[in-house]
Design a protein around this ligand. Structure first.
Ligand code: KIV
Length: 260
């Protein structure tokens, strides 16, 4: 299923039926969005992970709607063939009304779908977004916006009660009308079971190989944030060393008077 045209939420949903696995990566700026698009990545997420890997916050909870709009607009200027999905940041979707109003701010900046965290609890907001014509990607399992309450990034679905809760969350997100579901740090056997149960594609991160797709923070994939990388993320490049090396050489040449 080689996409030759613009990727849409319907294309992503249909990919599962065709057995096509979905590769998704994050971008927060114009050049990265262009490069990912040129590489054939079908989904670009303007994630609120921008808070950690670009803005220097300890987690995603300080990212604002204004931050997200700024980065969504930069990515959208690349006019990618990829679907541009944007995170609704922390505390911007507590009611159906503010979920829709805030999602419209992101779609106004160029997002083609929005992502929000939670399952059963956010099903009314997902329904309201769908009723307003906004495509929604769900996100269950470890919820980074709840990391402070949760006390860290821990695998979900190890106990029977948690397994049942996660399955109910995944089904609720699908039933509310989402076109895809991110599963973060879900115990791999449960991730496989949920992927079989759902008609919409699951996109895993740290949830084992048996999801319908995989998503990574691009900085982790390319080694651009060397101070922390999750264990499950295998770096395919070392951009941090390339930047450091180029800067060191520049400093050496300027100091030695050899730069022209
Ligand atoms: O913000 C983000 O980048 C995400 C992915 C890690 C799924 O939500």
């Amino acid at each position: 299923m080689e996409p030759s045209e613009k990727i849409t939420p319907d294309w992503i949903r249909a990919a599962k039926a065709c057995g096509e696995r979905i590769a998704a990566l994050t971008a927060y700026d114009y050049p990265t969005a262009r490069l990912l698009d040129e590489a054939g990545v079908p989904v670009i997420l303007v994630g609120d992970s921008v808070g950690m890997v670009v803005l220097g916050y300890p987690d995603t909870t300080e990212v604002t709607l204004a931050d997200m709009r700024h980065h969504v607009a930069a990515v959208a200027r690349a006019k990618p063939r990829a679907l541009v999905v944007a995170d609704l940041p922390y505390h911007t979707y507590q009611t159906e009304q503010n979920a829709v109003a805030n999602a419209r701010l992101l779609t106004g900046a160029g997002a083609e779908a929005i992502k929000l965290e939670g399952g059963v609890k956010v099903a009314p907001e997902i329904r309201a977004l769908r009723a307003a014509g906004i495509a929604v990607m769900g996100h269950v399992g470890m919820l980074p916006q709840s990391v402070r309450e949760e006390g860290g990034y821990k695998v979900k679905g190890r106990s029977e009660a948690e397994r049942e809760r996660l399955l109910a969350d995944a089904l609720a997100v699908e039933e509310a009308g989402a076109f895809a579901l991110v599963m973060e740090l879900v115990e791999p056997e449960l991730a496989r079971e949920i992927s079989v149960r759902l008609k919409i594609p699951t996109i895993g991160i740290g949830s084992g190989p048996n999801c319908d797709g995989q998503i990574l923070v691009t900085h982790d994939l390319v080694g651009a944030f060397p101070w922390f990388r999750p264990k499950f993320a295998i770096a395919k490049a070392d951009v941090a060393s390339a930047i450091r090396g180029a800067a060191e050489e520049f400093v050496r040449q300027v100091r030695g008077g050899g730069y022209r």
